[in-house]
Design a protein around this ligand. Structure first.
Ligand code: DGL
Length: 266
């Protein structure tokens, strides 16, 4: 069991912000990363569309005989984790619900959330944080363009800087102590975000998420002690663009483009 791979997925490079932390904490695992670039952005899709996308991904990882799947994507964690959590013979780790518990424990009074439109629609951060701590006031703000901006490396375009500035100014009116970057693409925007607010105000949920997974893999007796191969990276389209945009978090050299419905990786 221990040497079975860990699957990690996102709509694109965003999940690498989680993966980079995870591989630091668990370097001896076999990893299969899937960036579903063909279906990006997830954040503008309906729940029904996300269910069918996620089913395809979980079926793919089942064929790869994984021991766990890391949902390095807030949008699918928030919208469809509950639909799939007990349906597969491996552990499934959702980022939003996992990170929310740690953030709730910090006892902040006001916390902002930047996330995709689909995530905000579920109020998943608000519900999960308030489940653990009712006193935290959560201010949510949808950023429908940001994942696309990151994926295409457009963060330095004046109109995108302006879009980010408007979002920060709007959320800062509520005087949040912290702002959650509730989409795994958003840590790539840290340089632009910190032009308009102190860098320390932003929380990257990946830090709590990766630590939780590492601890859980160890305590569940699933930890591998010597990997059989270097991480494998797959995308559903645009491998070159994925490689170019990946650099900030994890330098993916040659991701392989595959149609996951039939594939069994050797
Ligand atoms: N990075 C994902 C998330 O955490 C999805 C972004 C998107 O494709 O819209 O929400």
């Amino acid at each position: 069991m221990e040497n079975k791979p860990i699957g990690v997925f996102d709509s694109g490079v965003g999940g690498l912000s989680v993966f980079a932390k995870l591989i630091n904490l668990l370097p001896d695992e076999n990893y299969i990363y899937f960036g579903d670039t063909k279906n990006l952005p997830y954040g503008n899709k309906s729940k029904e569309e996300l269910i069918s996308i996620a089913k395809n991904l979980f079926d793919f990882f089942e064929k790869q005989n994984v021991k766990a799947v890391v949902m390095a994507c807030n949008t699918t964690s928030a919208t469809v984790y509950d639909t799939f959590k007990d349906k597969y013979p491996f552990k499934i780790y959702p980022i939003t619900q996992t990170a929310a518990k740690y953030i709730a424990e910090k006892n902040y009074s006001v916390v902002g959330v930047f996330a995709t439109a689909a995530t905000i629609k579920t109020h998943a951060y608000q519900k999960s944080i308030n489940f653990y701590n009712k006193k935290v006031k959560i201010i949510e703000y949808a950023c429908p363009e940001w994942a696309y901006i990151v994926e295409n490396k457009l963060q330095d375009k004046p109109e995108n800087i302006e879009n980010i500035k408007i979002a920060i100014e709007a959320i800062m009116k509520n005087k949040p102590q912290k702002i959650i970057l509730g989409c795994t693409h958003y840590p790539y925007l840290t340089d632009v975000l910190s032009k308009f607010a102190d860098k320390d105000i932003f929380i990257d949920p990946a830090q709590f998420f990766a630590q939780y997974i590492a601890d859980d893999i160890k305590t569940s007796g699933l930890k591998n002690n010597s990997k059989d191969y270097e991480p494998k990276f797959y995308v559903s389209s645009n491998p070159k663009q994925f490689a170019d945009s990946s650099k900030l978090f994890y330098n993916v050299e040659n991701p392989v483009e595959i149609n996951i419905s039939k594939i069994l990786i050797k």
